[in-house]
Design a protein around this ligand. Structure first.
Ligand SMILES: Nc1ncnc2c1ncn2[C@@H]1O[C@H](COP(=O)(O)OP(=O)(O)O)[C@@H](O)[C@H]1O
Ligand SMILES: O=C(O)C1=C[C@@H](OP(=O)(O)O)[C@@H](O)[C@H](O)C1
Ligand SMILES: [Mg+2]
Length: 199
C-alpha cells in the first residue's frame, strides 16, 4: 500500500475509534505485549501493558504475586487495573491472557474499546513462551497439556472479541500490518454514509 493510502487508513481508524481504546486479548505467547507496543506506535496511540501495571501497583512480579497471594488475588487486581486504565486516555492496551475470561472485564472492554483477539496455534504459542519462565500457569511438569486446556476453555470466549487476527509465524511488523488492515476494514464497514441514500 502506498504511503498516502496507509496514512489515510490510520486516519480512518483513529476517526472510527473516537475516544475508544484498542484492547488485545489472546493466550500467552500470542504476541499481545510485543505486537501491542508496535501497533500503538503505528497508530500514534499510547501503549500500556496490564501485567506491567499490575506489577507496578503490587510492587512485585507476577510470579511473586501468584506465589505470595494466589491466583484469585491476581485476578482481582487485574480486573481493577484494567477498569482503571480504560477509564483514561485512549490507548492500545495489552491484557494478560486470563483477563478477558472475567465477565466484568469483558463488559468494560465492550463499553470502552475495540477488542482484538490475536489467535495462534498451540505449537507456535509453546515455541514463543519457551524462552521465558515468568508465566506461573506454565510453570508445571506438562505446560503443553496446560496450554491445550486453556485453548479449549478460552478460545470460545476470545471469539467474542470484535476482530480476530491470526498471529502467524511471520515478522512482528507483518502481524501489526494484519491488525491495521483488519481494523481498517471494520472502520470502513462501520463508517456512517456521507450522504443520505435516495432511491
Ligand atoms: N510475530 C512474531 N514473530 C516472532 N516472535 C514473536 C511474534 N510475536 C510474538 N513473538 C515473541 O513471542 C514471545 C511472547 O510474546 P508476547 O508479546 O510476550 O506475548 P503475550 O503478551 O501475548 O504473552 C516474545 O518473545 C515475542 O518476541
Ligand atoms: O493466561 C494467563 O492467565 C496469564 C497470562 C500472562 O500474560 P501474557 O498473556 O501476556 O503472557 C499473565 O497475565 C499471567 O501469567 C497469567
Ligand atoms: Mg503479555
Amino acid at each position: 500500500m502506498a504511503r498516502k493510502a496507509r496514512a489515510k487508513e490510520i486516519e480512518d481508524i483513529r476517526h472510527w475509534l473516537g475516544g475508544r481504546s484498542i484492547v488485545l486479548v489472546g493466550l500467552m505467547g500470542a504476541g499481545k505485549t510485543t505486537i501491542g507496543r508496535r501497533l500503538a506506535r503505528r497508530l500514534g496511540l499510547a501503549f500500556t501493558d496490564a501485567d506491567t501495571e499490575i506489577e507496578l501497583a503490587a510492587g512485585k512480579s507476577i510470579p511473586e504475586i501468584f506465589a505470595d497471594h494466589g491466583e484469585a488475588h491476581f485476578r482481582e487486581g487485574e480486573r481493577k487495573v484494567i477498569a482503571r486504565l480504560l477509564d483514561g486516555e485512549p490507548q492500545v492496551l495489552a491484557t494478560g491472557g486470563g483477563a478477558y475470561m472475567n465477565g466484568q472485564t469483558r463488559a468494560v472492554i465492550a463499553d470502552k474499546a475495540v477488542s482484538v483477539w490475536l489467535r495462534a496455534e498451540k505449537a507456535l504459542l509453546m515455541k514463543r513462551v519457551r524462552r521465558r519462565s515468568n508465566r506461573p500457569l506454565l510453570n508445571t511438569d506438562d505446560p503443553d497439556a496446560v496450554m491445550a486446556r486453556l485453548i479449549e476453555e478460552r478460545y470460545p470466549v476470545y471469539a467474542e472479541a470484535d476482530v480476530t487476527v491470526d498471529s502467524r509465524d511471520a515478522p512482528h511488523e507483518a502481524i501489526v500490518s494484519d491488525v491495521v488492515r483488519a481494523l481498517g476494514a471494520r472502520a470502513r464497514a462501520n463508517a456512517p454514509m456521507k450522504e443520505p441514500q435516495h432511491s
